[in-house]
Design a protein around this ligand. Structure first.
Ligand code: PNS
Length: 160
């Protein structure tokens, strides 16, 4: 069985993430979308909320499951017998850091990283930008699934 992981913060999941997850789901028998917990990163949604949202919007792919992990990604891969990490690349600017992480992860564990070019219609898309735009009343309806947009608006309203 071929198994890959799509790691990230997913705070919250965007259409850009879903593009990569859906394409990975066609290439591997199983894709695990792993929410990586970073205690130093302030997030808008809790880990449970992020995994719930991911489960909801990936339900269309039967071979995709959601998980979360606190620690090194390579340790998650080792524990779950995952040989490939799939990462979306939006632009050349993503490449330097992603290459560094890919090489470090390979050196640590032998796990390979496969870079998937993002669909150009999402090349500018990032969860942080979506949150920023939505905070100031901008229209993010084409950037997120409707259900995620609704949850984002509710959370931002709670924070006001
Ligand atoms: O969505 P993000 O925040 O860009 O995702 C970054 C993420 C979570 C994939 C990356 O920070 C990561 O892999 N963190 C897990 C901890 C780890 O393994 N660090 C060493 C990377 S070489």
């Amino acid at each position: 069985m071929t198994r890959a992981v799509c790691p990230g913060s997913y705070d919250p999941v965007t259409n850009g993430h879903l593009d990569i997850i859906g394409r990975a789901a066609k290439l591997f028998d199983e894709v695990v979308v792993a929410v990586l917990i970073n205690k130093n990163k302030k997030t808008l949604f809790s880990v449970e909320e992020r995994t719930d949202m991911l489960a909801e919007v990936t339900a269309q792919w039967p071979n995709v499951r959601i998980d979360s992990w606190h620690g090194l990604l390579v340790d998650y891969c080792r524990e779950h017998d995952i040989k490939a990490i799939v990462k979306g690349l939006r632009a050349v600017s993503d490449y330097d850091y992603e290459l560094q992480m890919a090489q470090m992860n390979h050196q640590l564990s032998g796990v390979d990283t496969l870079f998937m070019p993002t669909n150009p219609i999402y090349s500018y898309l990032a969860s942080s930008l979506v949150k920023d735009v939505a905070t100031y009343g901008g229209d993010v309806s084409t950037l997120l699934p409707q259900t995620i947009e609704r949850r984002l608006m509710l959370r931002l309203a709670e924070r006001r």
